[in-house]
Design a protein around this ligand. Structure first.
Ligand code: UDX
Length: 436
């Protein structure tokens, strides 16, 4: 099928590459000329393992092209995917200005029937808004061009985006017309057994509800970890024991220093903003975000208690991204940790395999090491912030010799506590009682 994807961010680019790889003809559109030029040169504007190779292949096959003009490309696509960003406004409400702008452009330039698919994460009721915008533009042009609307939320995870795009658990399609449904069935014919058809509003809510529920699991286990620590209970064992119950499941029960990234913090805020607007409070979700906002503070208080005064202490951060396998630092717990340490006048050194350039722009004055070994030299304490494989698999016996004090605070419960203690470390994780 011929597809235009409007918005070459993380979701748009991944979706475009996945469709092109499946044999569809895709044009990826973005007003950001720099981004489009980067993509034209077969380079990804972000890091995602394996994706650049596929990008090159799709371009070479002639299935994937790029443009800065929706107007010039709109005629060649039957399906128009909206994948622009919906960042949080200061009050938590999703900023729909980019989505609305695209809807206006569509209304101004379509000449024949189109299926307009919203993949951007948008609040319930946005479908109706988009429809209104397009109809107003068509009325201004004195035209009555038919179009169908679809809400097709995206569930891909950074770092596993290609796998998720090629192997979805489910494909949610919110659509109120038979013709629109048939078009989407044709598009996803290889995964048609995974399709769940719903109304547009239901689909919009499914996306927010899914991310909010996953965030709930994380905050539940993180808050419980605080209690486990006070009662001498090991949260990892608790999570394992809980996760073996099929009704609970083992995923998203990894206690740590909180969730970050471009989705969970933003989507939970947006759902809370909707709840406020409708005067129907979501008490559980309020608590979920509160636990997440305080998890770093709780962790850093532990660090401070163990080390005493943090002023002039040399603290090394291993990992800066919001999770491994990405260069994304949006809403990363590392940023809150840096703020805390700077406030307490600690001397910070940091290492991350992919995220340092982005953090440097926010905190140019802290020291960045080019290897983990360089980062740990003479440190008074190590904070494991992101569970990159290369960090977990360091030679911890050797690291101990390089440190000025053998203190390790594991913000992701990624290391083996008893092995660390055996090596002579003072080790503290999340929700394991202090080991010495
Ligand atoms: C998430 C959703 O998983 C995805 O379906 C949606 O489309 C976008 O948002 P992503 O933001 O890429 O994906 O990351 P995810 O793997 O879900 O992790 C989010 C955050 O939660 C990370 O900071 C991670 O470290 C944290 N996390 C995750 C935990 O602290 N514990 C867990 O058990 C799982």
């Amino acid at each position: 099928m011929d597809i235009a994807i409007i918005g070459a961010g993380y979701v748009g680019t991944t979706t475009g590459i996945a469709f092109a790889h499946q044999g569809h003809r895709v044009v990826l559109i973005d007003t950001d000329e720099k981004k489009i030029n980067t993509l034209k040169q077969s380079t990804l504007p972000f890091y995602e393992e394996g994706m650049e190779e596929l990008l090159k292949q799709c371009i070479a096959k002639g299935n994937l092209s790029f443009s800065t003009s929706l107007k010039n490309k709109i005629d060649q696509a039957q399906l128009l995917f909206i994948t622009v960003g919906t960042p949080s406004l200061p009050d938590g409400v999703a900023d729909l200005s980019a989505v609305e702008h695209v809807a206006r452009q569509i209304g101004r330039h379509i000449k024949e029937y189109k299926v307009i698919v919203v993949k951007s994460t948008v609040p319930v009721g946005t479908g109706d808004k988009i429809k209104g915008i397009i109809q107003t533009e068509l009325q201004t042009r004195n035209l009555d061009i038919p179009f169908d609307q679809v809400s097709n939320p995206e569930f891909l995870r950074e770092g596993k985006a290609l796998y998720d795009a090629m192997n979805p658990d489910r494909i949610v399609i919110g659509c109120n017309t038979e013709k629109g449904k048939l078009m989407m069935q044709k598009l996803y014919k290889e995964d048609k057994d995974k399709i769940l058809f719903t109304s547009i509003k239901d689909a919009e809510m499914i996306k927010y509800a899914s991310n909010s529920f996953l965030a709930t699991k994380i905050s539940f286990i993180n808050e419980l970890a605080r209690l486990c620590e006070k009662t001498g209970v090991n949260i990892m064992q608790v999570a394992k024991g809980m996760g073996l119950d099929q009704r609970i499941g083992p995923q998203f029960l990894q206690a740590g220093i909180g969730y970050g990234g471009s989705c969970f913090p933003k989507d939970t805020q947006a759902l809370l903003a909707l709840a406020k607007e409708k005067e129907q409070p979501l008490h559980i979700l309020q608590a979920v975000t509160k636990v997440n906002q305080t998890q770093v503070q709780w962790f850093m208080e532990k660090v401070k208690k163990a080390l005493g005064n943090l002023a002039e202490k040399r603290i090394t951060l291993l990992g800066l991204t919001f999770k491994p396998q990405t260069d994304d630092i949006r809403e990363s717990s590392s940023l809150k940790i840096i703020d805390y340490l700077l406030k307490h006048n600690a001397i910070i050194k940091a290492y991350d395999p992919k995220g340092m350039e982005h953090v440097k722009k926010i905190y140019p004055s802290i020291t960045y090491a080019s290897t983990p070994i360089e980062a740990v030299m003479e440190a008074d304490a190590l904070l494991l912030v992101t569970e990159w494989k290369e960090i977990i698999e360091l030679d911890w016996n050797r690291i101990k010799l390089l440190l000025s004090q053998p203190y390790v605070f594991d913000g992701r419960n990624a290391l083996d506590p008893s092995a660390m203690v055996q090596m002579g470390y003072f080790y503290e994780g999340i929700g394991n009682a202090p080991s010495n």
